[in-house]
Design a protein around this ligand. Structure first.
Ligand code: ADP
Ligand code: MG
Length: 340
């Protein structure tokens, strides 16, 4: 084969390559857009999808918005407002920081973003397959709305790999649940084809958020936990030993407001039940973990669901001991679920 000269990839190709990692399926788009809304300080986030996200994914927030002169930049790769100096990467407090989501999504779909940083003074931009189609001034309230259509129109292999609409919707629903659990201070609503699938109050009450997601009956059978050591604060809710599921998927681990997957920590939760769980049964649990951001490396995978935690052993012990103490205390009385 004849070698050709080394050259930099055109931006659109680089974006599509990044999209391969960041935008796996409709649920990844929902996750990235909602995380941006959370990072923007929103108190209300509405998610609407049509045909399980293949026809439309729309996320509307009341966050800080994007200034007119920065809208274009938001779609440039490695452009972010979240890392200011070189030390920030080692103490990340936002969910995003890689500046990859918007350019990646816009490279494999049509994106219409309407935003305003100041009430009434908005911008709308439309990009399809990485090409800007229009940008105009609009009047809208402060906040941002992103619409994603024709997802994977130019990457047929990705489109083919998708599962049935029911499965894709279930994956989206799962992501929305975790995002809502991670942020009880934000009012979420989630609709598919005009059907309301989730609504949370956004009143900071985690147990009420759990109730909105898993039902009031289950929420009433959860025990509050709270503990801390020098490095970690652990709080949240765990189910009574009699309330179980056949998978570990109902154990949500939330690290500084970020939903993470972590086999060791999930097992630390299960271990807290000692021998009280039947074989093959797992608890429902929502575990909020707070720690100094320097103790966690979130820059492990583009989707940031896997993280590296220093002193993970100590954290596992804290989780297990806290749950054990609660499950094995004499009177297992669930915390009253008021205001419902
Ligand atoms: P990242 O989140 O890693 O910074 P993104 O590509 O997801 O990268 O977003 C790029 C930038 O666009 C963000 O840093 C932010 O400044 C801006 N942005 C995106 N979505 C929103 C939103 N919903 N509200 C306000 N700003 C946003
Ligand atoms: Mg982002």
């Amino acid at each position: 084969m004849q070698m050709t000269k080394i050259k930099e990839l055109p931006a659109i190709l680089a974006d599509q390559i990044a999209a391969g990692e960041v935008v796996e399926r409709p649920a990844s788009v929902v996750k990235e857009l909602v995380e941006n809304s959370i990072d923007a300080g929103s108190t209300q986030i509405s998610i609407t999808v049509e045909e399980a996200g293949l026809a439309l994914i729309q996320v509307t927030d009341n966050g800080q918005g994007i200034a007119a002169d920065e809208v274009k930049l938001a779609f440039r790769r490695h452009s972010t407002s979240k890392l200011v100096d070189r030390h920030d990467l080692f103490r990340i407090k936002t969910l995003g920081f890689r500046g990859e989501a918007l350019p990646s999504i816009a490279s494999v779909a049509e994106v219409i973003l309407a935003t305003a940083a100041i009430d009434g003074q908005g911008t709308q931009i439309r990009i399809r397959g990485g090409k800007q189609l229009e940008q105009k001034i609009i009047a809208r309230p402060q906040g941002t709305q992103v619409q994603v259509k024709s997802l994977f129109f130019n990457t047929p292999a990705r489109l083919k790999y998708l599962k049935s609409p029911q499965t894709e919707l279930a994956v989206i629903s799962d992501i929305v649940d975790r995002l809502a659990l991670s942020h009880p201070e934000i009012a979420f609503s989630f609709k598919n084809n005009d059907r309301l699938l989730l609504q949370t109050a956004g009143n900071r009450n985690l147990q009420q958020t759990i109730s909105a997601i898993y039902g009031i009956k289950n929420a009433r059978q959860m025990l509050a936990i709270k503990n801390e050591n020098l490095d970690f604060k652990v709080s949240g809710f765990v189910s009574l030993p009699k309330l179980t599921r056949a998978t570990k998927n109902y154990i949500s681990l939330l690290l500084n407001g970020r939903y993470i997957r972590n086999y060791q920590l999930a097992n630390a939760v299960i271990k807290g039940y000692g021998s009280k769980l039947m074989v093959g049964r797992y608890p429902l649990a929502v575990i909020q973990i707070e720690l100094d951001p320097v103790l966690v490396d979130v820059n492990v995978h583009p989707a940031k669901q896997e993280v590296r935690i220093s002193k993970e052993e100590q954290l596992m012990q804290l989780i297990t001991q806290t749950i054990y103490a609660r499950i094995f205390q004499e009177n297992l009385i669930p915390d009253a679920l008021d205001n419902l």
